[in-house]
Design a protein around this ligand. Structure first.
Ligand code: FAD
Length: 416
Protein backbone atom coordinates (compact mmCIF):
# COMPACT_ATOMS: atom_id res chain seq x y z
CA UNK A 1 0.00 0.00 0.00
CA UNK A 2 1.08 3.58 -0.55
CA UNK A 3 1.97 6.10 2.18
CA UNK A 4 -0.98 7.03 4.40
CA UNK A 5 -3.22 4.38 2.86
CA UNK A 6 -5.25 1.88 4.87
CA UNK A 7 -7.50 -0.98 3.87
CA UNK A 8 -10.36 1.57 3.98
CA UNK A 9 -8.78 3.97 1.50
CA UNK A 10 -11.16 4.55 -1.41
CA UNK A 11 -9.84 5.48 -4.85
CA UNK A 12 -12.52 6.60 -7.31
CA UNK A 13 -11.90 6.88 -11.05
CA UNK A 14 -14.35 8.96 -13.09
CA UNK A 15 -14.67 7.83 -16.71
CA UNK A 16 -14.51 4.13 -17.62
CA UNK A 17 -12.34 4.18 -20.73
CA UNK A 18 -8.81 3.26 -21.80
CA UNK A 19 -7.03 5.31 -19.11
CA UNK A 20 -9.37 4.13 -16.33
CA UNK A 21 -8.79 0.46 -17.19
CA UNK A 22 -5.00 0.91 -17.08
CA UNK A 23 -5.07 2.97 -13.91
CA UNK A 24 -7.21 0.49 -12.01
CA UNK A 25 -5.12 -2.48 -13.17
CA UNK A 26 -1.85 -0.73 -12.29
CA UNK A 27 -3.08 0.23 -8.81
CA UNK A 28 -3.80 -3.42 -8.04
CA UNK A 29 -0.50 -4.51 -9.64
CA UNK A 30 1.34 -2.07 -7.37
CA UNK A 31 -0.36 -3.52 -4.32
CA UNK A 32 -3.26 -1.15 -3.64
CA UNK A 33 -5.56 -3.19 -1.45
CA UNK A 34 -8.29 -0.68 -0.58
CA UNK A 35 -11.62 0.07 -2.27
CA UNK A 36 -11.45 0.86 -5.98
CA UNK A 37 -14.41 2.20 -7.98
CA UNK A 38 -14.58 3.05 -11.68
CA UNK A 39 -17.57 5.15 -12.73
CA UNK A 40 -18.54 5.41 -16.41
CA UNK A 41 -21.34 7.15 -18.23
CA UNK A 42 -21.47 4.57 -21.03
CA UNK A 43 -23.22 1.27 -20.29
CA UNK A 44 -20.12 -0.78 -21.20
CA UNK A 45 -17.02 -1.92 -19.34
CA UNK A 46 -13.89 -0.11 -20.63
CA UNK A 47 -13.35 -0.83 -24.32
CA UNK A 48 -10.87 0.12 -27.05
CA UNK A 49 -11.90 2.97 -29.35
CA UNK A 50 -9.32 2.66 -32.19
CA UNK A 51 -11.17 -0.30 -33.73
CA UNK A 52 -14.39 1.72 -33.85
CA UNK A 53 -13.41 3.58 -37.01
CA UNK A 54 -11.59 0.54 -38.43
CA UNK A 55 -12.53 -3.15 -38.09
CA UNK A 56 -15.63 -2.61 -35.95
CA UNK A 57 -17.19 -0.18 -38.44
CA UNK A 58 -16.19 -2.52 -41.25
CA UNK A 59 -18.07 -5.31 -39.51
CA UNK A 60 -14.94 -7.43 -39.10
CA UNK A 61 -14.80 -7.24 -35.30
CA UNK A 62 -17.50 -8.17 -32.81
CA UNK A 63 -18.50 -5.93 -29.90
CA UNK A 64 -17.17 -8.34 -27.28
CA UNK A 65 -13.68 -8.14 -28.84
CA UNK A 66 -13.67 -4.38 -28.20
CA UNK A 67 -13.72 -4.97 -24.45
CA UNK A 68 -10.32 -4.33 -22.86
CA UNK A 69 -10.64 -6.79 -19.98
CA UNK A 70 -13.20 -9.50 -19.24
CA UNK A 71 -15.72 -8.95 -16.46
CA UNK A 72 -13.90 -11.55 -14.38
CA UNK A 73 -10.84 -9.29 -14.27
CA UNK A 74 -12.78 -6.59 -12.43
CA UNK A 75 -14.47 -9.11 -10.17
CA UNK A 76 -11.24 -10.96 -9.33
CA UNK A 77 -9.43 -7.70 -8.64
CA UNK A 78 -12.25 -6.18 -6.58
CA UNK A 79 -12.70 -3.28 -8.97
CA UNK A 80 -16.26 -2.03 -8.69
CA UNK A 81 -17.64 -0.84 -12.03
CA UNK A 82 -20.52 1.65 -11.82
CA UNK A 83 -21.66 1.80 -15.45
CA UNK A 84 -24.34 3.95 -17.06
CA UNK A 85 -23.60 6.40 -14.23
CA UNK A 86 -22.66 10.00 -14.95
CA UNK A 87 -20.80 11.94 -12.31
CA UNK A 88 -22.49 15.35 -12.11
CA UNK A 89 -20.40 17.12 -9.52
CA UNK A 90 -17.20 16.89 -7.52
CA UNK A 91 -16.80 18.52 -4.13
CA UNK A 92 -13.04 18.60 -3.62
CA UNK A 93 -13.34 20.02 -0.08
CA UNK A 94 -15.76 17.35 1.16
CA UNK A 95 -14.14 14.73 -1.16
CA UNK A 96 -17.43 13.57 -2.57
CA UNK A 97 -18.88 12.79 -5.99
CA UNK A 98 -22.53 13.33 -6.91
CA UNK A 99 -23.93 10.79 -9.37
CA UNK A 100 -27.42 9.64 -10.29
CA UNK A 101 -28.99 10.69 -6.99
CA UNK A 102 -26.25 9.28 -4.76
CA UNK A 103 -23.14 10.66 -3.12
CA UNK A 104 -19.87 8.77 -3.08
CA UNK A 105 -16.98 9.61 -0.77
CA UNK A 106 -13.43 9.29 -2.02
CA UNK A 107 -9.98 9.60 -0.52
CA UNK A 108 -8.18 9.86 -3.85
CA UNK A 109 -9.77 10.73 -7.19
CA UNK A 110 -8.63 10.27 -10.80
CA UNK A 111 -10.38 12.02 -13.67
CA UNK A 112 -10.19 10.07 -16.93
CA UNK A 113 -13.16 11.63 -18.68
CA UNK A 114 -11.66 11.53 -22.19
CA UNK A 115 -12.66 13.87 -24.99
CA UNK A 116 -15.75 14.38 -27.11
CA UNK A 117 -16.05 15.05 -30.83
CA UNK A 118 -16.65 18.60 -32.00
CA UNK A 119 -20.11 18.90 -33.52
CA UNK A 120 -20.92 20.75 -36.71
CA UNK A 121 -22.86 23.87 -35.65
CA UNK A 122 -26.68 23.59 -35.69
CA UNK A 123 -26.72 26.88 -37.60
CA UNK A 124 -25.28 25.07 -40.64
CA UNK A 125 -27.44 21.97 -40.24
CA UNK A 126 -25.17 20.03 -37.88
CA UNK A 127 -28.11 18.75 -35.81
CA UNK A 128 -30.07 17.28 -38.73
CA UNK A 129 -30.73 13.53 -38.63
CA UNK A 130 -28.17 11.61 -40.64
CA UNK A 131 -25.21 13.64 -39.29
CA UNK A 132 -22.87 11.48 -37.22
CA UNK A 133 -19.79 11.85 -35.07
CA UNK A 134 -17.48 8.97 -34.14
CA UNK A 135 -16.53 8.45 -30.53
CA UNK A 136 -18.56 5.72 -28.86
CA UNK A 137 -19.75 2.24 -29.62
CA UNK A 138 -23.29 3.65 -29.81
CA UNK A 139 -22.13 6.18 -32.46
CA UNK A 140 -20.76 3.36 -34.62
CA UNK A 141 -23.74 1.07 -34.12
CA UNK A 142 -25.95 3.89 -35.44
CA UNK A 143 -23.58 4.82 -38.29
CA UNK A 144 -23.12 1.20 -39.42
CA UNK A 145 -26.85 1.06 -40.32
CA UNK A 146 -26.20 3.71 -43.00
CA UNK A 147 -23.41 1.80 -44.74
CA UNK A 148 -25.27 0.27 -47.67
CA UNK A 149 -23.56 -0.07 -51.06
CA UNK A 150 -24.22 2.73 -53.51
CA UNK A 151 -25.18 5.34 -50.89
CA UNK A 152 -23.30 8.63 -50.75
CA UNK A 153 -21.38 9.47 -47.56
CA UNK A 154 -19.97 12.92 -46.99
CA UNK A 155 -17.03 13.15 -44.60
CA UNK A 156 -16.41 16.61 -43.18
CA UNK A 157 -12.76 16.83 -42.10
CA UNK A 158 -9.73 15.09 -43.56
CA UNK A 159 -8.09 14.00 -40.30
CA UNK A 160 -7.26 10.40 -39.36
CA UNK A 161 -10.72 9.46 -38.09
CA UNK A 162 -12.53 10.94 -41.10
CA UNK A 163 -10.13 9.25 -43.52
CA UNK A 164 -10.47 5.90 -41.75
CA UNK A 165 -14.27 6.17 -42.03
CA UNK A 166 -13.87 7.03 -45.74
CA UNK A 167 -11.72 3.93 -46.30
CA UNK A 168 -14.26 1.70 -44.55
CA UNK A 169 -17.15 3.14 -46.57
CA UNK A 170 -15.29 2.62 -49.87
CA UNK A 171 -14.64 -1.00 -48.91
CA UNK A 172 -18.35 -1.37 -48.14
CA UNK A 173 -19.21 -0.14 -51.67
CA UNK A 174 -20.34 3.41 -50.90
CA UNK A 175 -19.66 6.57 -52.82
CA UNK A 176 -17.51 8.83 -50.61
CA UNK A 177 -16.76 12.56 -50.70
CA UNK A 178 -14.33 14.13 -48.24
CA UNK A 179 -14.22 17.89 -47.72
CA UNK A 180 -11.37 19.51 -45.84
CA UNK A 181 -11.50 23.18 -44.92
CA UNK A 182 -7.69 23.50 -44.60
CA UNK A 183 -5.59 23.65 -47.78
CA UNK A 184 -4.82 19.93 -47.44
CA UNK A 185 -5.85 16.80 -45.55
CA UNK A 186 -3.98 15.93 -42.32
CA UNK A 187 -2.84 19.56 -42.11
CA UNK A 188 -2.86 19.64 -38.30
CA UNK A 189 -1.07 16.34 -37.74
CA UNK A 190 1.22 15.42 -40.63
CA UNK A 191 3.57 16.79 -43.26
CA UNK A 192 2.57 17.60 -46.83
CA UNK A 193 4.54 14.48 -47.82
CA UNK A 194 2.53 12.12 -45.58
CA UNK A 195 -0.70 13.85 -46.64
CA UNK A 196 0.34 13.41 -50.29
CA UNK A 197 0.73 9.65 -49.79
CA UNK A 198 -2.77 9.37 -48.30
CA UNK A 199 -4.31 11.72 -50.88
CA UNK A 200 -3.04 9.51 -53.73
CA UNK A 201 -4.26 6.38 -51.98
CA UNK A 202 -7.79 7.71 -51.38
CA UNK A 203 -8.09 9.10 -54.89
CA UNK A 204 -6.96 5.75 -56.33
CA UNK A 205 -9.68 4.04 -54.28
CA UNK A 206 -12.34 6.33 -55.72
CA UNK A 207 -12.82 8.93 -52.97
CA UNK A 208 -13.75 12.41 -54.20
CA UNK A 209 -11.65 14.88 -52.27
CA UNK A 210 -12.21 18.64 -51.95
CA UNK A 211 -9.34 20.30 -50.07
CA UNK A 212 -9.45 23.97 -49.11
CA UNK A 213 -13.24 23.61 -49.12
CA UNK A 214 -15.63 24.11 -46.22
CA UNK A 215 -19.25 23.23 -45.64
CA UNK A 216 -21.49 26.25 -46.09
CA UNK A 217 -24.69 24.45 -45.13
CA UNK A 218 -26.20 20.99 -44.73
CA UNK A 219 -29.76 20.96 -46.09
CA UNK A 220 -32.84 18.83 -45.47
CA UNK A 221 -36.17 19.02 -43.63
CA UNK A 222 -35.45 16.87 -40.64
CA UNK A 223 -32.82 14.67 -42.29
CA UNK A 224 -29.78 15.80 -44.26
CA UNK A 225 -30.32 15.55 -48.04
CA UNK A 226 -27.63 17.75 -49.57
CA UNK A 227 -24.66 19.96 -48.81
CA UNK A 228 -23.66 23.36 -50.13
CA UNK A 229 -19.87 23.67 -50.19
CA UNK A 230 -17.93 26.90 -49.78
CA UNK A 231 -17.15 26.65 -53.50
CA UNK A 232 -20.89 27.09 -54.13
CA UNK A 233 -21.31 23.51 -55.39
CA UNK A 234 -24.33 21.54 -54.15
CA UNK A 235 -24.03 17.75 -53.64
CA UNK A 236 -26.81 15.30 -52.84
CA UNK A 237 -25.74 13.17 -49.86
CA UNK A 238 -27.35 10.30 -47.93
CA UNK A 239 -25.57 10.94 -44.65
CA UNK A 240 -22.66 12.85 -43.16
CA UNK A 241 -19.76 11.99 -40.84
CA UNK A 242 -18.23 14.94 -39.01
CA UNK A 243 -14.56 14.28 -38.25
CA UNK A 244 -13.63 17.77 -37.14
CA UNK A 245 -11.58 17.12 -34.03
CA UNK A 246 -12.26 16.56 -30.35
CA UNK A 247 -12.45 18.64 -27.18
CA UNK A 248 -11.31 17.50 -23.73
CA UNK A 249 -14.12 16.72 -21.25
CA UNK A 250 -13.23 19.26 -18.57
CA UNK A 251 -16.66 20.49 -17.36
CA UNK A 252 -16.63 18.48 -14.12
CA UNK A 253 -13.14 19.67 -13.25
CA UNK A 254 -13.88 23.28 -14.18
CA UNK A 255 -17.05 23.33 -12.08
CA UNK A 256 -15.02 21.98 -9.15
CA UNK A 257 -12.54 24.86 -9.50
CA UNK A 258 -9.72 22.64 -10.82
CA UNK A 259 -7.33 24.49 -13.10
CA UNK A 260 -7.81 23.70 -16.81
CA UNK A 261 -5.66 24.77 -19.75
CA UNK A 262 -6.48 22.92 -22.98
CA UNK A 263 -7.55 20.04 -20.74
CA UNK A 264 -7.39 19.39 -17.02
CA UNK A 265 -3.96 20.79 -16.23
CA UNK A 266 -1.69 18.32 -14.44
CA UNK A 267 1.97 18.32 -13.49
CA UNK A 268 4.55 15.70 -14.60
CA UNK A 269 3.17 13.28 -12.04
CA UNK A 270 -0.47 13.65 -13.10
CA UNK A 271 -1.59 15.78 -10.15
CA UNK A 272 -4.21 18.49 -10.73
CA UNK A 273 -4.47 21.80 -8.84
CA UNK A 274 -6.81 20.13 -6.28
CA UNK A 275 -5.43 18.05 -3.42
CA UNK A 276 -5.81 14.29 -3.88
CA UNK A 277 -7.12 14.69 -7.47
CA UNK A 278 -5.21 13.37 -10.49
CA UNK A 279 -6.09 13.25 -14.21
CA UNK A 280 -4.92 11.20 -17.19
CA UNK A 281 -5.66 10.47 -20.83
CA UNK A 282 -7.40 12.60 -23.46
CA UNK A 283 -8.90 14.95 -20.85
CA UNK A 284 -5.57 16.13 -19.42
CA UNK A 285 -2.83 18.49 -20.53
CA UNK A 286 0.67 18.09 -19.12
CA UNK A 287 4.08 19.77 -19.26
CA UNK A 288 6.35 18.22 -21.89
CA UNK A 289 9.77 19.49 -22.92
CA UNK A 290 9.03 23.17 -22.31
CA UNK A 291 5.43 23.18 -23.56
CA UNK A 292 2.02 22.10 -22.28
CA UNK A 293 0.48 19.46 -24.51
CA UNK A 294 -2.56 17.24 -24.67
CA UNK A 295 -2.50 13.93 -26.53
CA UNK A 296 -5.38 11.87 -27.88
CA UNK A 297 -3.90 8.40 -28.24
CA UNK A 298 -3.87 5.00 -26.58
CA UNK A 299 -0.19 5.21 -25.64
CA UNK A 300 -0.84 8.37 -23.62
CA UNK A 301 -3.98 7.02 -21.96
CA UNK A 302 -2.12 3.91 -20.78
CA UNK A 303 1.24 5.37 -19.82
CA UNK A 304 -0.04 8.53 -18.15
CA UNK A 305 -2.59 6.48 -16.19
CA UNK A 306 0.17 4.14 -15.02
CA UNK A 307 2.22 7.15 -13.98
CA UNK A 308 -0.75 8.42 -11.93
CA UNK A 309 -1.16 5.00 -10.29
CA UNK A 310 2.52 5.05 -9.31
CA UNK A 311 2.21 8.56 -7.86
CA UNK A 312 -0.89 7.60 -5.85
CA UNK A 313 1.12 4.70 -4.44
CA UNK A 314 3.99 7.00 -3.45
CA UNK A 315 6.31 5.78 -6.23
CA UNK A 316 6.47 9.01 -8.18
CA UNK A 317 7.89 8.96 -11.69
CA UNK A 318 7.90 11.88 -14.12
CA UNK A 319 5.81 11.40 -17.22
CA UNK A 320 8.05 12.03 -20.23
CA UNK A 321 6.58 9.99 -23.09
CA UNK A 322 7.72 9.24 -26.61
CA UNK A 323 4.22 9.45 -28.12
CA UNK A 324 3.13 6.85 -30.68
CA UNK A 325 -0.01 6.44 -32.73
CA UNK A 326 -1.30 4.44 -35.66
CA UNK A 327 -3.97 4.63 -38.36
CA UNK A 328 -5.28 1.83 -40.62
CA UNK A 329 -6.70 2.83 -44.00
CA UNK A 330 -7.57 0.20 -46.66
CA UNK A 331 -4.79 -2.38 -46.36
CA UNK A 332 -2.13 0.13 -45.27
CA UNK A 333 -0.85 0.75 -41.76
CA UNK A 334 0.56 4.10 -40.70
CA UNK A 335 2.64 4.12 -37.53
CA UNK A 336 3.79 7.35 -36.00
CA UNK A 337 6.44 7.88 -33.34
CA UNK A 338 7.30 11.22 -31.72
CA UNK A 339 5.79 14.69 -32.10
CA UNK A 340 6.41 16.65 -35.28
CA UNK A 341 5.52 20.07 -33.80
CA UNK A 342 7.78 22.79 -35.18
CA UNK A 343 9.53 20.56 -37.76
CA UNK A 344 11.58 22.32 -40.42
CA UNK A 345 12.74 19.38 -42.56
CA UNK A 346 11.10 16.17 -43.78
CA UNK A 347 13.17 13.35 -45.25
CA UNK A 348 11.38 10.77 -47.35
CA UNK A 349 12.49 7.12 -47.56
CA UNK A 350 10.87 4.68 -49.95
CA UNK A 351 11.82 1.01 -49.76
CA UNK A 352 9.04 -0.61 -51.84
CA UNK A 353 5.95 0.33 -53.85
CA UNK A 354 3.96 0.81 -50.67
CA UNK A 355 6.53 1.03 -47.85
CA UNK A 356 7.47 4.60 -47.23
CA UNK A 357 8.55 6.62 -44.23
CA UNK A 358 8.80 10.34 -43.53
CA UNK A 359 11.34 11.52 -40.99
CA UNK A 360 10.78 14.90 -39.31
CA UNK A 361 13.68 17.05 -38.10
CA UNK A 362 13.64 20.21 -35.98
CA UNK A 363 16.87 22.21 -36.03
CA UNK A 364 18.73 19.10 -37.19
CA UNK A 365 17.29 16.84 -34.48
CA UNK A 366 14.95 13.95 -35.28
CA UNK A 367 11.54 14.64 -33.69
CA UNK A 368 9.08 12.23 -35.35
CA UNK A 369 8.62 9.47 -37.93
CA UNK A 370 5.56 8.55 -40.00
CA UNK A 371 6.05 5.01 -41.33
CA UNK A 372 3.59 3.49 -43.78
CA UNK A 373 3.72 -0.30 -44.18
CA UNK A 374 7.25 -0.11 -42.82
CA UNK A 375 7.35 -1.45 -39.25
CA UNK A 376 11.15 -1.47 -39.28
CA UNK A 377 11.31 2.28 -39.94
CA UNK A 378 8.78 2.85 -37.17
CA UNK A 379 10.60 0.71 -34.61
CA UNK A 380 14.01 2.10 -35.39
CA UNK A 381 12.66 5.66 -35.49
CA UNK A 382 11.10 5.15 -32.08
CA UNK A 383 14.32 3.73 -30.65
CA UNK A 384 16.31 6.66 -32.02
CA UNK A 385 13.83 9.13 -30.52
CA UNK A 386 13.96 7.40 -27.14
CA UNK A 387 17.76 7.49 -27.23
CA UNK A 388 17.78 11.14 -28.39
CA UNK A 389 19.78 10.20 -31.50
CA UNK A 390 19.43 11.80 -34.93
CA UNK A 391 20.33 9.92 -38.11
CA UNK A 392 22.00 11.52 -41.11
CA UNK A 393 19.22 12.64 -43.53
CA UNK A 394 21.30 11.64 -46.58
CA UNK A 395 21.61 8.06 -45.28
CA UNK A 396 17.91 7.89 -44.49
CA UNK A 397 16.82 8.83 -47.98
CA UNK A 398 19.02 6.08 -49.48
CA UNK A 399 16.73 3.01 -49.74
CA UNK A 400 19.78 0.70 -49.71
CA UNK A 401 21.02 2.09 -46.39
CA UNK A 402 20.38 -0.47 -43.62
CA UNK A 403 18.39 1.31 -40.88
CA UNK A 404 19.32 -1.38 -38.36
CA UNK A 405 22.91 -0.16 -38.40
CA UNK A 406 21.67 3.02 -36.66
CA UNK A 407 20.65 1.15 -33.53
CA UNK A 408 22.59 -2.11 -33.56
CA UNK A 409 26.03 -0.54 -33.30
CA UNK A 410 28.02 -2.30 -30.54
CA UNK A 411 30.77 -0.69 -28.54
CA UNK A 412 34.13 -2.22 -29.61
CA UNK A 413 35.18 -4.88 -27.14
CA UNK A 414 38.00 -3.89 -24.85
CA UNK A 415 41.00 -6.13 -24.26
CA UNK A 416 40.84 -7.54 -20.71
P1 FAD B 1 -11.97 7.45 -23.23
O1 FAD B 1 -11.50 6.12 -23.67
O2 FAD B 1 -12.76 8.27 -24.18
O3 FAD B 1 -12.83 7.24 -21.91
C1 FAD B 1 -13.46 8.30 -21.25
C2 FAD B 1 -14.77 7.80 -20.67
O4 FAD B 1 -15.20 8.72 -19.66
C3 FAD B 1 -15.90 7.74 -21.68
O5 FAD B 1 -16.49 6.46 -21.71
C4 FAD B 1 -16.91 8.78 -21.17
O6 FAD B 1 -18.27 8.42 -21.39
C5 FAD B 1 -16.59 8.78 -19.67
N1 FAD B 1 -17.03 10.00 -18.98
C6 FAD B 1 -16.81 11.29 -19.34
N2 FAD B 1 -17.39 12.13 -18.45
C7 FAD B 1 -17.96 11.35 -17.51
C8 FAD B 1 -18.69 11.64 -16.32
N3 FAD B 1 -18.97 12.89 -15.93
N4 FAD B 1 -19.16 10.60 -15.58
C9 FAD B 1 -18.91 9.32 -15.95
N5 FAD B 1 -18.22 9.00 -17.07
C10 FAD B 1 -17.74 9.99 -17.83
N6 FAD B 1 -5.62 6.27 -30.58
C11 FAD B 1 -4.52 5.62 -31.08
O7 FAD B 1 -3.49 5.62 -30.42
N7 FAD B 1 -4.58 4.97 -32.28
C12 FAD B 1 -5.70 4.94 -33.03
O8 FAD B 1 -5.71 4.35 -34.11
C13 FAD B 1 -6.86 5.58 -32.52
N8 FAD B 1 -8.02 5.55 -33.22
C14 FAD B 1 -9.14 6.11 -32.67
C15 FAD B 1 -10.34 5.99 -33.36
C16 FAD B 1 -11.51 6.54 -32.83
C17 FAD B 1 -12.80 6.40 -33.56
C18 FAD B 1 -11.46 7.25 -31.59
C19 FAD B 1 -12.71 7.87 -31.01
C20 FAD B 1 -10.27 7.38 -30.92
C21 FAD B 1 -9.10 6.80 -31.44
N9 FAD B 1 -7.89 6.88 -30.77
C22 FAD B 1 -6.78 6.26 -31.28
C23 FAD B 1 -7.77 7.65 -29.52
C24 FAD B 1 -7.91 6.78 -28.28
O9 FAD B 1 -8.99 5.88 -28.41
C25 FAD B 1 -8.11 7.68 -27.08
O10 FAD B 1 -6.96 8.49 -26.98
C26 FAD B 1 -8.34 6.91 -25.80
O11 FAD B 1 -9.54 6.21 -25.84
C27 FAD B 1 -8.36 7.88 -24.62
O12 FAD B 1 -8.66 7.18 -23.45
P2 FAD B 1 -9.33 7.95 -22.22
O13 FAD B 1 -9.49 6.93 -21.15
O14 FAD B 1 -8.62 9.21 -21.96
O15 FAD B 1 -10.77 8.37 -22.78
Amino acid sequence: MGPGMTADTHIAIVGAGQAAASLAAKLRALGFDGRLTVIGEEPFAPYQRPALSKKYLLGEMSADRLTLRPESFYRDNRIELLLGAKVDRIDTAARTLALSGQTLNYDMLALTTGSRPRQLPSAIGGSLDGVYTIRTRADIDALACELAPGRHMLVVGGGYIGLEAAAVAIRRGLKVTVVEFAPRILARVASAETAGYFREMHLAQGVTLHEGTGVERLQGDSRVRSVILSSGAELAVDFVVAGVGALPCTELAEAAGIHCDNGIAVDETGRTSAAQVWAAGDCSSFPWRGARIRLECVQNAIEQAECVAADMMGRTTRYDPTPWFWSDQYDRKLQIAGMNTGYDQVVSRRTSDTAQSFWYFRAGALCAVDAIDDPRAYLIGKQLLQAGKSPDPAQLSDPLFDLKSLVARREPERAQ
